[in-house]
Design a protein around this ligand. Structure first.
Ligand code: NDP
Length: 470
């Protein structure tokens, strides 16, 4: 019998088969999606936590909620032809994964990066379902993007690509159906081009995308939200140990949207961020990345679109280290520090990196990037008992503020900066409380991985039960 034909174990009367059920579910997921390693990883992390729930709720197993949750409601995949400035034609692949709409319209970012595949977007869409559920706002989960690389392209090339991408995507999305946003490689510039083309094709001005410009439907604080939220979450974790971020030395990876505003909020709260990186290498500035240096980085990355290496040429005392892919670890995670904020991309912390962080005295990891830590690394953090904020909780501030942008669009009004920031802060406090209390309720106090997975799942599962077999 092939793995695909294997029935998933059903609950026993005593409810003790949850582990077997999860094992056979994972075997099926791997067999059905053989090339999607990141998707397997994301599902495994969630269903491991859920074995705690399944023993108490056999009705979810009977209704095959998990089997349904791992299957996207819809996948759209399309050709994106575009012409470069020299008149040469290129063809990229576009995707939108509409994963789960049980609690609201599909919601999740678009990623433009050469590493984008169906499996990467499915892992991101899967994570998004539970993250959106945690925000307390009515949003389902989705994700999309393309293997297009905006790096090194002119503004006109990026515009032509975005217009071609939206020429297919527009028929699948809508303000009450599916509301994409930005992610890696998709910032304010790309959202502008995508929105312009949607508006032209649909002949309507609606809140179909979030992360819009402030004068045409965007929300104040949306650009800052993921980084700010991740730091608010870290502050909540520290509070449980009667500590604050004041004076803490912090490692931050990446140098894009999430990293920049993580550094900004760390400075607001008196911490000392000392690293940044991009896909070529990292800088270490022991004196600290202060506001002036951060403003320079923002200009470098958002306007000049340069490389982080230039930081070490500009600021005395800072060192640049090129990424060495032959090493089994990343030098950025091997620096003495108090806290770490991985904010670049998935799987940037392996088990060796996790061990290095612990060895160097890091007592808190708050994940700005999606799934930045490999499963063995997560285990290392949990075993060490450090404060560990998993991505779907710690970086939920971005999508939460997208939800606030949708609310403002629906009401056709704009809240002030302080009002949005205050709501974001309260949402992050509520997410932390929900994850902590859920972890405790299911017998694993302090384990925010279990707390986030279970709390995120329960709301979606109950909505699916209410809505019948769809
Ligand atoms: P940006 O494109 O603004 O920045 C990404 C940064 O990460 C860049 O510095 C980039 O370097 C680096 N990076 C990307 N891929 C790699 C790689 N394979 N290896 C090393 N470095 C890499 O993206 P965001 O800041 O928006 O996103 C960062 C992370 O945060 C992602 O995991 C994203 O999914 C997650 N996230 C983002 C949200 C948002 O609101 N933007 C919301 C929630 C999560 P380079 O320029 O060299 O490519």
């Amino acid at each position: 019998m092939s793995k695909l034909d294997m029935p998933v174990a059903m609950p026993s009367k005593t409810g003790t088969v949850a582990k077997d059920y999860v094992t056979s579910l994972m075997a099926r997921v791997r067999a059905q999606n053989p090339t999607e390693a990141e998707f397997h990883q994301a599902v495994e992390e969630v269903v491991d936590s859920l074995s705690l729930v399944l023993d108490r709720h056999p009705e979810y197993r009977a209704a095959r909620i998990l089997e349904r949750v791992v299957e996207p409601e819809r996948v759209v995949m399309f050709r994106v032809p575009w012409m470069d400035d020299r008149g040469e034609i290129h063809v990229n692949r576009g995707f939108r994964i509409e994963m789960n709409s049980a609690i609201g319209p599909y919601k999740g970012g678009l990623r433009f990066h050469p590493s984008v595949t169906l499996g990467i977007l499915k892992f991101l869409a899967f994570e998004q379902v539970f993250k959106n559920s945690l925000t307390t706002l009515p949003m389902g989960g989705g994700k999309g993007g393309s293997d297009f690389d905006p790096k090194g392209k002119s503004d006109n090339e990026v515009m032509r690509f975005c217009q071609s991408f939206m020429t297919e995507l527009w028929r699948h999305i809508g303000p009450d159906t599916d509301v994409p946003a930005g992610d890696i490689g998709v910032g304010g510039r790309e959202i502008g081009f995508l929105f312009g083309q949607y508006k032209r094709l649909a002949n309507e001005f609606t809140g179909v995308l979030t992360g819009k410009g402030i004068h045409w439907g965007g929300s104040l604080i949306r650009p800052e939200a993921t980084g700010y939220g991740c730091v608010y979450f870290a502050a909540e974790m520290l509070k449980t140990r009667k500590q604050t971020l004041e004076g803490k030395v912090c490692l931050v990876s990446g140098s894009g949207n999430v990293s920049q505003y993580t550094v900004e909020k760390l400075l607001d709260l008196g911490a000392r961020p000392v690293t940044l990186s991009d896909s070529d290498g990292m800088i270490h500035d022991p004196a600290g990345i202060d506001r002036e240096k951060l403003a320079w980085v923002m200009e470098l990355k958002n306007a000049r679109r340069g490389r982080i290496k230039e930081y070490a040429d500009k600021f005395k005392g800072a060192k640049y280290l090129a990424l060495n892919p032959t090493l089994d670890h990343n030098a950025l995670w091997d620096i003495k520090a108090d806290c770490a904020f991985p904010s670049a991309t998935q799987n940037e912390i392996n088990s060796r990196d996790a061990a290095n962080l612990i060895k160097n005295g890091v007592g808190l990891v708050s994940e700005g990037a999606n799934m930045p830590t490999m499963l063995e690394g997560v285990k290392t953090f949990l075993d060490a008992g450090i404060l560990y904020g998993p991505a779907k909780a710690a970086n939920a501030g971005g999508v939460a503020t997208s939800g606030l942008e949708m609310a403002q669009n629906s009401m056709r009004l704009s809240w002030t900066r302080d009002e949005v920031d205050d709501r974001l802060h309260k949402i992050m406090i509520a997410i932390h409380r929900n994850c902590s209390e859920t972890a405790e309720r299911y017998g694993t106090p302090g384990n925010l991985v279990n707390g986030a997975n279970i709390a995120g799942f329960l709301k979606v599962a109950d909505a699916m039960m209410d809505q019948g077999l769809v």
